[in-house]
Design a protein around this ligand. Structure first.
Ligand code: RIB
Length: 312
């Protein structure tokens, strides 16, 4: 059977987003201007981004047997996302506190993975067939790194293209990098993982070299407003952002980028074309509130991409 689609291991979290002029300090109560409750979690957001961008997606995770967990499963059914996601009677579904800065749309997040934080290698083994039959496997660091490593090994052994989005950054066994065709940190994650302070393209190149030296096939570092850098032993390409209008909410922009990138790689696109596609998905997502709800549909992405090669 030909490999197709994208398998994603990660978490679902209910996103509780508070908009305010600034964060409160300890002991202070601050009146905010807006609140939203919606679906989030990096792996889940990436799944929605990829499904809306046209990929056949299977999400691998764990949920609590509670109202948030039921909402998540209803969303996957609506979005056409297949699941290998048991509901755990003894754990709660994850949740995230998201602070949104009124003036900029920038964010700060605390996430509690809940049931998905207790996912085991056995859950991954139960989804082995899905991983092995996908064109692309992608994971992040909201689930335990040992479980991610186990899944990356299964994918690599089956000849599946692997994407590792090391978010949020954490100390990692060096072995993990050798199972990554692509590593996609943002600038602060790249800094933490390599010890190179990433502030611009030149420092991003240095950090990317550090990731290649650890065994990554190709580094794709996202740099916020400065776009992204695709860097391998054979090429180093800057991809600018798409200016799509007023930035309302940058939460989940990295997930949009990764979901779009994985979709295009699974379709057989070249990495630079896939990175431009991911950049377009992210460019649209930041003009809307929320994480999963802000992900664009394929038609919108194609309209934005029409007539542009968009390589810096
Ligand atoms: O990347 C954004 C996501 O990070 C949010 O949806 C939040 O749930 C955290 O997982």
């Amino acid at each position: 059977m030909a490999k197709a689609g994208v398998a994603i291991l990660g978490i679902y979290a209910a996103d509780l987003a508070f908009t305010a002029p600034r964060q409160p300090i300890i002991g202070e109560t601050l009146i905010g201007s807006q609140f939203t409750l919606g679906p989030g979690g990096k792996g889940s957001n990436q799944s929605v981004a990829a499904a809306r961008a046209g990929a056949k997606v299977t999400f691998i995770s764990r949920l609590g047997k509670d109202a948030f967990g039921d909402n998540a499963l209803a969303m996957y059914a609506r979005e056409g996302i297949a699941t290998r996601v048991p509901q755990d009677e003894n754990a709660s579904t994850g949740a995230a506190y998201i602070f949104l800065e009124e003036a900029t749309g920038n964010n700060a997040i605390i996430v509690v993975p809940g049931a998905a934080g207790m996912i085991t290698t056995r859950d991954v083994d139960d989804a082995q067939d899905v991983i092995e039959n996908s064109a692309v496997f992608m994971t992040q660091l909201e689930t335990p790194s040992a479980v991610g490593l186990h899944a990356l090994k299964i994918a690599k052994a089956a000849g599946v293209i692997t994407i590792f989005n090391p978010a949020p950054a954490a100390a990692l066994p060096d072995e993990i990098y050798t199972y990554c065709d692509y590593a996609t940190p943002n600038e602060s994650e790249a800094s933490m993982l390599t010890g190179v302070a990433v502030t611009d393209l030149a420092s991003a190149r240095k950090a990317a070299d550090g990731l290649l030296a650890k065994g990554v096939g190709c580094a794709l570092i996202t740099l916020g407003g400065q776009g992204s850098l695709l860097h391998s032993k054979t090429q180093s390409i800057h991809i600018p952002i798409f200016n799509t209008g007023k930035v309302i909410d940058t939460t989940g922009a990295g997930d949009a980028f990764n979901g779009g990138f994985a979709t295009a790689i699974a379709r057989g696109e070249k990495p630079e074309t896939a990175a431009v596609f991911g950049s377009a998905v992210a460019g649209i997502s930041v003009t809307r509130r929320g994480t999963a709800p802000s992900m664009p549909r394929l038609g919108e992405v194609e309209a934005l991409l029409k007539g542009t090669s968009h390589l810096g």
